[in-house]
Design a protein around this ligand. Structure first.
Ligand code: SF4
Ligand code: SF4
Length: 246
């Protein structure tokens, strides 16, 4: 079967929404087939199973404030212009129901994680080359070389990184920058990331960019990336979000 190649409809980027068109039958010659992550917020129920699975799989400290992935709740109240955003304990325990149905005009949950940017500012600022992008498009940190300077943490427009604490369970990672790896240790063995496996509704999807199932989802839906104006070219694509989601 011929590989199909993504083309991003640049005219739609201005509105924050990007559309995917597929040049059917076009060979993606000489181009490494990278990974792609899709979040369909219409399916997320805010249960937090992804957050818990990620922490366990990746030895992320259980204390609040340390997350490789987290879930935010966006709520538009009737008659109010400003939206409300919260993420208690990163959504680890799910979300308390603090709004009555009558007052809510619209709401949904937005899972967040590293966007594995094609043009990642975190890689550019690292003074020792500890942060890098793999040929299959995954941004990683080599904890052996990381000096814990935090430049990458400040450079990431998505708040995807944190400094692994000195008392964290993984000794070799202490005082180094940490973030989502798309569970690189799993995906390179052909398994899905832990959060994808844990999601009971299929709100998180992951695969190669020539994966027919993923391509179909992207073809059939309006797709957005977060903060397109930053020019980072995220590899996490969202279905069902408004432009207010940052
Ligand atoms: S989301 Fe942040 S940490 Fe991830 S690649 Fe982009 S800049 Fe780097
Ligand atoms: S892909 Fe792995 S590391 Fe990234 S958020 Fe999901 S479980 Fe965590």
């Amino acid at each position: 079967m011929n590989r199909r190649k993504f083309l991003i409809a640049s005219s739609a980027i201005a509105s924050g929404i990007i559309g995917f068109r597929l040049a059917r039958g076009e060979e993606a010659e000489g181009r490494a087939t990278g990974y792609i992550f899709v979040v369909d917020v219409r399916k997320c129920i805010g249960c937090g199973r992804c957050v818990r699975a990620c922490k366990i799989e990746n030895e992320v400290p259980l204390k609040p404030y340390y997350f490789r992935t987290w879930v935010e709740r966006y709520v538009w109240l009737k008659g109010e212009k400003d939206l409300k955003v919260d993420s208690p304990n990163g959504g680890f325990d799910g979300f308390p129901n603090i709004y009555s149905e009558d007052e809510v005009a619209k709401s949904y949950f937005v899972p967040k994680l590293c966007n594995h940017c094609e043009d990642p500012p975190c890689v550019q600022v690292c003074p020792v080359g500890a942060t890098y992008r793999t040929p299959d498009g995954v941004v990683l940190v080599d904890e052996k070389y990381c000096i814990g300077c935090r430049y990458c943490i400040q450079a990431c427009p998505y708040g995807a990184r944190y400094l692994y604490p000195r008392d964290g369970p993984r000794e070799s990672r202490r005082n180094t920058a940490d973030k989502c790896t798309w569970c690189y240790h799993r995906i390179t063995k052909g398994y899905k990331p832990a959060c994808v496996m844990a999601c009971p509704t299929g709100a998180r999807m992951f695969g190669r960019e020539d994966d027919e199932r993923i391509l179909r989802v992207l073809e059939e839906n309006s797709v957005s990336v977060l903060k397109p104006e930053q020019g980072t070219k995220p590899r996490v694509f969202y279905i069902g979000i408004d432009s207010e989601v940052r």
